[in-house]
Ligand binder design. Structure first.
Ligand code: ADP
Ligand code: MG
Length: 378
């Protein structure tokens, strides 16, 4: 096991609210055309967790990597969701945050993994279904003591500006932190959903707008980060009127090939206005966390500021690293895997976000209370 790039480090396993590792899974997409397929894949799976690529420094050698999961080109959306994402959903009902992000070069399958198609839905629609079902189940099992509100927000970070995607008038929004250290964006549209159709009504047009803007390299969609936030607010209707807020961030990151072009040099980052600051800082945050530095540069980019409680903080997180098999992707595959190998060592500490609300505020939610009352009667 002396091959460079073989990472065997295992993070600490969580017990009773202790540190939990960020789960890192790698997904290889299939070839998109037959001609390329004949040339062979640059990525080879080694069982359910490991993979190898050839070493560009020495062709006789391969570089081996081990992650929490390796999904080969035949792995379907259901398997990816069930094994990497599903168990994060319950945290949102307990006032905890969770996040899933897709990382990888443009064309490697990030949007397919996160959004998918109507016939073959990805992580986002499956998670919405999952949270809606979990809320319905908990509500059904309870005695009406709690009400539940599920809200969605959808935003994009492009050239270090935050844009709301549910309403076009949400542009250049600010990221703030409240006294309890919750990150929030004043002015960002949030839509309450009570069923999947309501989610689709808001999400599908917004998502299509983003995709049809083109998926070519250098286009806005490959250089921006899109983030769907699913928020579950649970409010107790009797004393002591507890309120729990859980957030699930579902993130389709900008193409990681931007990193390669900068050569990961801070000085060049400043010289070139075109490259992606947020993705670059995400790499620095990962480095700082792994080397135990006292100062983590969360505030140096919009993305890391927003994800402050999702990477190395208090949130449960899963990164799905997307890879493409074609030789033309080799350099991207190599840099992407090295980034992913670093990310694997971050340790998160989950905690519950809870606050008290005054009875008056509890009563201000007629729609949700009505639904709850209806459920109670059944
Ligand atoms: P990215 O968002 O990383 O740029 P996309 O998700 O747009 O990449 O994927 C690029 C192309 O590959 C799309 O045509 C997509 O449908 C296809 N694709 C990606 N992953 C898969 C997969 N697992 N199975 C089948 N097709 C895929
Ligand atoms: Mg995409």
């Amino acid at each position: 096991m002396t091959t460079p790039g073989f990472h065997r480090h295992r993070p600490v396993i969580a017990r009773n609210g202790g540190p939990v590792p960020v789960r890192v899974a790698v997904r290889l997409r299939p070839f998109l055309d037959k001609d390329q397929q004949e040339k062979g894949s640059t990525v080879r799976g080694l069982g359910e967790k490991a993979l190898e690529i050839c070493n560009w420094r020495n062709e006789q050698e391969s570089l081996k990597y081990e992650f929490d999961a390796f999904y080969d080109e035949d792995t379907n959306q259901d398997k990816v969701f069930k094994s990497s994402v599903q168990n994060l959903l319950e945290h949102t009902l307990h006032g905890q945050n969770a996040s899933v992000f897709a990382y990888g070069p443009t064309g490697a399958g990030k949007t397919h993994t996160m959004v998918g198609t109507s016939e073959d839905p990805g992580v986002i629609p499956r998670s919405v279904h999952g949270v809606l079902n979990a809320v319905a189940k908990e509500r059904g099992a309870g005695d009406g003591e709690w009400t539940y509100t599920i809200g969605i927000s959808y935003l994009e970070i492009y050239q270090e500006k935050v844009y709301g995607l549910l309403e076009t008038k949400n542009h250049d929004l600010q990221i703030r932190e409240d006294r309890e250290r919750n990150i929030f964006i004043p002015g960002l549209s949030e839509k309450t959903i009570t069923d999947f159709q309501q989610f689709e009504k808001h999400f599908v047009p917004a998502s299509q707008n983003r995709t049809t803007a083109s998926t070519k390299l250098n286009s806005r969609s490959s250089r921006s980060h899109s983030i769907l936030l699913l928020k579950v607010v649970k409010t107790q209707q009797v004393q002591p009127y507890r309120q729990l807020t859980g957030k699930l961030y579902l993130i389709d990151l900008a193409g990681s090939e931007d990193n390669r072009k900068t050569g990961n040099q801070g000085i060049r980052l400043k010289e070139s206005g075109a490259i992606n600051t947020s993705l670059f800082v995400l790499g620095q945050v990962v480095d700082a966390l792994n080397s135990g530095q006292a100062r983590i540069p969360y505030r140096d980019s919009k993305l890391t500021r927003l994800l402050q409680d999702s990477v190395g903080g208090t949130s449960h997180a899963c990164m799905i690293v997307n890879l493409a098999p074609e030789e033309s992707f080799y350099t991207d595959t190599y840099t992407t895997l090295n980034f992913a190998a670093k990310s694997k060592q971050i340790v998160n500490r989950p905690f519950t976000r809870e606050s008290m609300v005054r009875p008056r505020e509890v009563l201000k939610r007629p729609a949700d209370s009505a639904t709850d009352a209806a459920n109670k009667r059944v």
